[in-house]
Write a protein that binds this ligand. Structure first.
Ligand code: NAD
Length: 296
């Protein structure tokens, strides 16, 4: 796909982070957008940004874990836009907990949003997308769909599954009008950590071990947001990957390094990260800033 001009894109999780900036950059490129999120007020903020551009924008408050809501969403989008050429299955959540302490309810919620949401939306839009002269299905997995860390078992389970699903159907549609991409971001400075549910009974979760003291989830979320690549830059990389027809889109040098280390040393890759990843934090200050020339 060489151009997004006059096409229509459906974007889930468009109220925040990468989803928001996918919507903004697509609108900037002349693409109409149907933006979807479970959070109505966040979605309205994205809509304000998109409305700086002269494209059609529809807003849909949807819980992608709910099949009935997906059916209804599909009808509404086609009623409003008539055609859809791009579907970004971007929305995702996580829970911070080891497996032993995680409730079934939390496990099921992450799988329902991060995996079943992707499957059900793909299934719903597929028959429409395959009839368009040019179309793309873009499913966001993660670098955590390639490597693993502790206390993220459900997130890994869902993201490995999204990658497997996406890479398999990419083979089924190879050579057709429908291009299929799996997206694997590294650390992107978004709200995903501050929105994550945290299982308080788990003693040594995540950053405590790195900064050497216990800090609140709010502070963790802020550190995560301020030190990752800005989501507008991540969105730009994703859109370039679609134009270049890269089936696997790795977002950020950290993602590329983590991918390479797991290929080179599948059992010990984490031991290499302090040497390879920590220097990146110092050198990528510029990437934390938003792209210039975007609505605030
Ligand atoms: N931020 C990172 O470092 C990172 C790294 C790898 C992969 N990812 C993946 O990228 C995608 C985008 O995440 P982000 O970092 O921009 O996160 P974010 O938290 O900033 O945005 C996610 C959006 O999805 C929405 N959402 C959550 N549950 C939903 C539901 N049931 N139905 C509809 N919308 C829902 C949220 O309201 C939010 O607006 C996710 O799939 C995430 O797993 C993120």
């Amino acid at each position: 796909m060489q151009s997004f001009l006059n096409k229509t894109a459906v974007i889930t999780g468009a109220g925040s982070g990468m989803g928001r900036y996918l919507a903004v950059l697509l609108a900037k490129a002349g693409c109409n957008v149907a933006i979807c999120d479970i959070d109505e007020s966040a979605l309205a903020e994205t809509s304000k940004m998109v409305n700086h551009y002269n494209v059609a924008c529809s807003m849909h408050t949807v819980d992608i874990a709910d099949r009935e809501q997906i059916d209804n969403f599909y009808e509404k989008v086609l009623e409003r836009h008539k055609t859809v050429e791009l579907l970004f299955n971007n929305a995702g959540i996580t829970v911070l907990s080891d497996f032993a302490n995680m409730s079934e309810k939390d496990w099921d919620r992450v799988i329902d949003v991060n995996f079943h949401g992707v499957i059900n939306l793909s299934r719903k839009f597929l028959s429409h997308l395959r009839l368009r002269p040019e179309a793309a299905l873009i499913n966001t997995s993660s670098i955590f769909g390639m490597i693993t860390v502790p206390n993220q078992s459900v997130y890994h389970a869902a993201k490995f599954a999204v990658r497997g699903f996406t890479e398999s159907i990419a083979k089924e549609f190879k050579g057709t009008n429908l291009q299929i991409h799996s997206v694997h971001p590294g650390h992107i400075g978004t709200n995903i950590l501050s929105s994550a549910k945290r299982e308080e009974s788990v003693p040594d979760l995540n950053l405590v071990n790195i900064v050497g003291k216990d800090i609140s989830q709010e502070e963790q979320g802020k550190i995560f947001r301020e030190n990752g690549m800005h989501p507008s830059r991540a969105a730009k990389i994703i859109l370039s990957g679609i134009k270049a027809k890269r089936s696997r889109i790795l977002v950020g040098l950290d993602a590329k390094i983590m991918d390479l280390t797991q290929r080179l040393t599948p059992n010990h890759y984490q031991k290499l990260w302090p040497f390879l990843l920590l220097p990146l934090f110092a050198f990528r200050r510029g990437l934390r800033k938003p792209l210039s020339d975007l609505p605030g």
